[in-house]
Design a binder for this molecule. Structure first.
Ligand code: PGA
Length: 258
C-alpha cells in the first residue's frame, strides 16, 4: 500500500506572521486526525526558503516541510541559489523539483530537472518531481509523448532503489480552476506508472507515489484521490487557506484508512 501524501505548495506566499497564524488554525482544525498525520498519510508543505525552519517548528512534527526548488551544484558562484547541503543543514529533507512555474519562468529544462533530482537523492532529500502537458499539447493529442519526454532524463538517473515522488500537474489546470477529470488524471497516472514499470521494474512502479496537481480543492479532492493510481495531491491555491486545507487533510485521512 502506498501511503498517500497531501502536499500544499505555497509558492511565493505568506510572511512569518501569516505562517504562524496558519499553523495555529490548521493544527486546531486537524485535532481529530492528529495521530493519523504523518502516520496513516503524509502531509507536506512547500514553503518559501526564508521560512523553512519556522515552518518546521510551527508544524510541530506533523508535516514534512519542503523547499520549492534547489540547485544541483554543491556550492560556488551561483548567486541566488540554494544547495542541497544547505537544506539538509537546516533540517529540510524534501523539495519540489521542476514545477511548471520553474520550467516556464526560470528555464528549468527536463535535463536540469534530472540534475536536480540526482543532487537531491545524493543528499537524501526526497524529490517531488513535477511534470505535465500544456493545453495545446493535450488538444493535439501529445499528452503521453510529452510526459514520456519529461520523464526520460529523470528515469535515466534513477535506480529501482530510489525514493522519489512524482507529481502530474497538467499546466492548463494549474491556478486556472480547471481540473482534469478523474479519468483524465487517472489515465495520465496509469501511463506514468507504466513508464516507471517498463524502465525500473514492477516493484519500483508499485512503491512510487504519483500525486495529482492542478486546481485540487475541497470539492474535488475525494474523487481525485480515490483513483487507483492517484496517491495524493499537490495543492496550490486551496492550500493557502488553513481551514480548507485542514478539511482536505481530514478527507485524505479517511481515504487512507480504506
Ligand atoms: P493550484 O496549483 O492548486 O493553485 O492549481 C497547483 C500547483 O501549482 O502545484
Amino acid at each position: 500500500m502506498r501511503k498517500k501524501i497531501l502536499a500544499g505548495n505555497w509558492k511565493m506566499n505568506k510572511t512569518s506572521r501569516e505562517l504562524k497564524a496558519y499553523f495555529e488554525v490548521f493544527l486546531k482544525e486537524t485535532k481529530s486526525i492528529d495521530v493519523a498525520m504523518g502516520h496513516d498519510f503524509e502531509l507536506m508543505f512547500g514553503v518559501p526558503f526564508p521560512y523553512l525552519q519556522e515552518a518546521v517548528k510551527a508544524s510541530q512534527g506533523k508535516a514534512l516541510i519542503a523547499a520549492q526548488n534547489l540547485h544541483f551544484e554543491k556550492s560556488g558562484a551561483f548567486t541566488g541559489e540554494v544547495s542541497c547541503e544547505m537544506l539538509r543543514d537546516i533540517g529540510i529533507h524534501s523539495a519540489i523539483i521542476g514545477h511548471s512555474e520553474r520550467r516556464q519562468y526560470f528555464g528549468d529544462t527536463n535535463e536540469i530537472v534530472a540534475l536536480k533530482t540526482k543532487a537531491a537523492l545524493a543528499s537524501e532529500i526526497l524529490p517531488v518531481i513535477c511534470l505535465g502537458e500544456k493545453k495545446e499539447e493535450r488538444v493535439s493529442g501529445m499528452t503521453f509523448n510529452i510526459l514520456k519526454s519529461q520523464l526520460e532524463p529523470v528515469l535515466q538517473i534513477l535506480s529501482p532503489q530510489s525514493n522519489v515522488v512524482i507529481a502530474y500537474e497538467p499546466v492548463w489546470a494549474i491556478g486556472t480552476g480547471l481540473t482534469a477529470t478523474e479519468s483524465q488524471a487517472q489515465d495520465a497516472h496509469a501511463f506514468i506508472r507504466q513508464q516507471l514499470s517498463t524502465r525500473l521494474g514492477q516493484d519500483f512502479s508499485n512503491k512510487t507515489r504519483i500525486l495529482y496537481g492542478g486546481s485540487v480543492n475541497l470539492k474535488n479532492v475525494e474523487n481525485l484521490l480515490s483513483q487507483p493510481d492517484i496517491d495524493g495531491g499537490l495543492v496550490g491555491g486551496a492550500s493557502l487557506n488553513p481551514e480548507e486545507f485542514a478539511h482536505m487533510a481530514i478527507i485524505t485521512s479517511k481515504l487512507s484508512r480504506r
